[in-house]
Ligand binder design. Structure first.
Ligand code: AOS
Ligand code: ZN
Length: 392
């Protein structure tokens, strides 16, 4: 098996973008719990995200959500982020919290509603120019609840038209990233339910339109790593929204529900050339992001745990002896190939990673270091008054 020293350089430069909303309060439709120390402003969310980066070296940028993170001074917000040592990243649009969008936004039958949703995306693109963001990520809450309620084909055609109008506005260095989700909030049909629909829509737009794969957005039992392979093969895997799920879109800590699945996904990312340091130019076009909510656990350690899980499974996936694997596969050695794969998955890399971090001036054990740092106590005692941020 490949040893850790051989793969250590490949871990350099791993970057996992954090979602600003992970630092606000979240919950279910039953209850959103408040947590002491929760940010009251976008600035505080960014300060918390930068804290995750300081303890791990893994999270150099923060994804923003419009309108939740709106500010009237983008230059100041950008400067605040830079001061804290992070960059502003992906801009996420929102067409799911306005009464006009009850029956759709980009797919709505009323051209005025469609234009309103398109204008919102134009506003997001303007923001991207000010924040220096590359990606506009679109997740649509559109669909229907009852058979016969909507003209499925008409909605798909209107979606294509609306996306084309948005795509025309995307700058040379920017990308449109379309996320898919098989259900929720609509229960019968969703307008972008699967990777195939997302692929068909972005392929029609052009090169700078790609797919976002949220690991929580598949039916139980779906072979997600196969989708990863296929999208990379087609040159259309733009980004990941990493999280874990047991039942629905649970948005749990990535790697918590099924670490083996995360390993298999990361193996295909590496195999398909989607992992940055594996590419000759040191960068991959696949953005690693988290899309998570911390409903009952503390948010900052929740994010630290998440990026560490991605790093740990990346290291294990890099350990797969690809030469031995290929030769076993070619020889039809079923169990031999499986063993090569499982050997890497079963390797405990935690001590090696701790030493690797120390060599780079990072805490060997980021979770422990955060708990001992006093940061949590400090935000809990200083962030009193104001309104804690949530899904608004
Ligand atoms: C929703 O289910 C999607 O996963 C979105 O990516 C995301 O959670 C939402 O847009 C928050 O910005
Ligand atoms: Zn997502």
């Amino acid at each position: 098996m490949t040893d850790f020293a051989a793969i250590a350089p490949l871990l350099e430069g791993q970057a996992i973008e954090l979602p600003s909303w992970a630092f606000g309060n979240s919950g279910t439709r039953f209850k959103v719990f408040g947590t002491p120390g929760t940010p009251r402003s976008v600035q505080e969310k960014i300060t918390d995200a930068a804290t995750v980066h300081r303890f791990t070296g893994l999270a150099p940028s923060v994804a923003l959500h419009i309108p939740w993170d709106l500010t009237d001074d983008w230059a100041a917000l950008r400067a605040h982020a830079e001061e804290q040592g992070v960059a502003l990243g992906t801009i996420n649009s929102n067409t799911f919290q306005d009464d006009d969008y009850k029956h759709g936004a980009l797919t709505h039958t009323d051209p005025k509603v469609r234009q309103k949703a398109i204008d919102h995306h134009f506003e997001c693109i303007d923001v991207m120019h000010q924040t220096g963001s590359r990606d506009l990520k679109i997740w649509l809450a559109e669909g229907s609840n009852y058979a016969g309620q909507a003209d499925l084909r008409g909605r798909q055609d209107r979606l294509a038209e609306s996306l084309a109008t948005i795509y025309e506005r995307i700058g040379e260095e920017q990308r449109l990233v379309l996320e898919y989700k098989f259900f929720e909030p609509a229960f019968y049909h969703t307008d972008v339910p699967d990777w195939g629909t997302s692929y068909a829509q972005v392929a029609a737009l052009g090169e700078r339109a790609v797919v976002c794969l949220d690991t929580g957005h598949h039916a139980p039992g779906t072979n997600i790593e196969f989708i990863v392979m296929q999208l990379l093969r087609l040159g259309k895997l733009g980004s990941f929204d990493f999280n874990s799920r047991f039942y629905a879109d649970d948005d749990l800590i990535v790697g918590s529900a099924d670490p083996f699945q995360l390993f298999r996904i990361l193996f295909e990312v590496i195999r398909g050339g989607g992992y940055g340091p594996a590419n000759p130019d040191g960068h991959s076009d696949v953005a690693f992001m988290l899309d998570q909510c911390h409903n009952v656990e503390e948010k900052i350690p929740g994010q630290i745990r998440s990026v560490l899980n991605v790093q740990e499974m990346t290291a294990r996936a890099l350990l797969v002896d690809r030469v031995a694997l290929a030769s076993a596969q070619e020889a039809g050695d079923v169990l031999g190939a499986h063993e090569v794969f499982m050997d890497a998955f079963s390797t405990d890399v935690r001590a090696d990673l701790a030493a690797w971090r120390e060599e780079r001036g990072l805490p060997a054990h980021p979770m422990r270091a955060y708990a001992e740092s006093g940061y949590q106590q400090q935000i809990e005692s200083s962030r009193v008054g104001g309104t804690q941020l949530s899904w608004n």
